[in-house]
Design a binder for this molecule. Structure first.
Ligand code: ZN
Length: 294
């Protein structure tokens, strides 16, 4: 899906990067090739690259327009960021902002930016480079961050000789919007119009939240990184190598999969490859991902 509509609520998907990921057991240290191969019936063709022998993934954002608000969920890697420890992200300059405009949304029209968490691939477009300074990309937006997530990265964000963790993304993509007075630090009781609510799914990061949307009665979850790849629906015990609290991450993912299995809930994850949107279904002993029609 590139766009989905539920009555007068419209969701656009902005794709920054898409294609094969890392070696499977490098990104998912607990994964086995046999585990992946056992799920090929539903992983192919969208979520596994046979030639590359690895999984397919994307880095993407969602823009939700309601009659009252324009809400951006997650902000990808961004442009011109110094990310030497992730070479494919270093000085990246994708068509992401053009995709936003092509969807009919100008940066000035975004009134909320919500980050599921504050990793480098979720905060990048929060800021842009202007005259050598990082400034908010969305000048009229309120940026909504979970307060526990912010506190954690505020503490570790200054470490590593001033560069911070994750190549300093806290410094160049979070602090400037704080300095501009545009941040609202929230707890899990935060809501926008009773349409957007937060689901605490801690573990991948200390304050990771999924963003639940009531889209005129259709439950849609922008689920961030509680799941990186559909294989984790079959194996919720498989963490990514970037999960901060391994046990909590497994517990949150397992709970999430079971809670939403065999329901009408639609998922819009941050890293599922195209066409992305789908539901969790039982599949014998495990669960699987069933793509939605639209
Ligand atoms: Zn991510």
């Amino acid at each position: 899906m590139r766009q989905a509509s539920f009555g007068d609520i419209h969701i656009d998907r902005l794709i920054e990067v898409e294609g094969p990921g890392y070696a499977p057991n490098m990104f998912f240290p607990d994964a086995t090739i046999e585990g992946f191969k056992g799920e090929m019936e539903w992983l192919l063709p969208h979520f596994w690259d046979v030639a590359a022998e690895t999984y397919l993934r994307a880095i993407q954002s969602y823009v939700v327009r309601t009659p009252h608000h324009t809400v951006l969920v997650d902000a990808c890697v961004g442009a011109n960021k110094e990310r030497p420890s992730s070479p494919s992200w270093h000085h990246l300059n994708s068509s992401w902002l053009d995709q936003l405009r092509a969807a009919g949304v100008q940066p000035e029209e975004v009134d909320y930016v919500m980050c599921t968490h504050l990793h480098a691939d979720h905060v990048g477009w929060n800021t842009k480079l202007e005259n050598g300074e990082w400034v908010p990309t969305f000048p009229n937006a309120k940026y909504v961050f979970h307060k526990g997530e912010y506190a954690y990265w505020e503490k570790v964000g200054y470490e590593a000789g001033g560069q911070g963790s994750q190549d300093g993304c806290f410094l160049d993509s979070v602090l400037p919007v704080m300095a501009a007075g545009q941040v609202e630090l929230v707890d899990t009781d935060f809501a926008i119009d009773d349409q957007f609510t937060l689901d605490p799914t801690y573990g991948h990061s200390p304050g990771h939240v999924c963003i639940d949307l009531n889209a005129n009665g259709q439950h849609v979850i922008m689920s961030g990184d509680v799941l990186h790849h559909p294989i984790q629906i079959a194996y919720p015990e498989w963490n990514s190598r970037f999960c901060v609290d391994a046990d909590m991450s497994r517990a949150s993912r397992t709970k999430f999969v079971h809670k939403h299995a065999d329901t009408d809930t639609l998922l819009l994850p941050a890293h599922f490859a195209s066409p992305t949107m789908g539901r969790i279904e039982s599949n014998g002993e495990r669960c699987k991902y069933q793509l939605a029609d639209s």
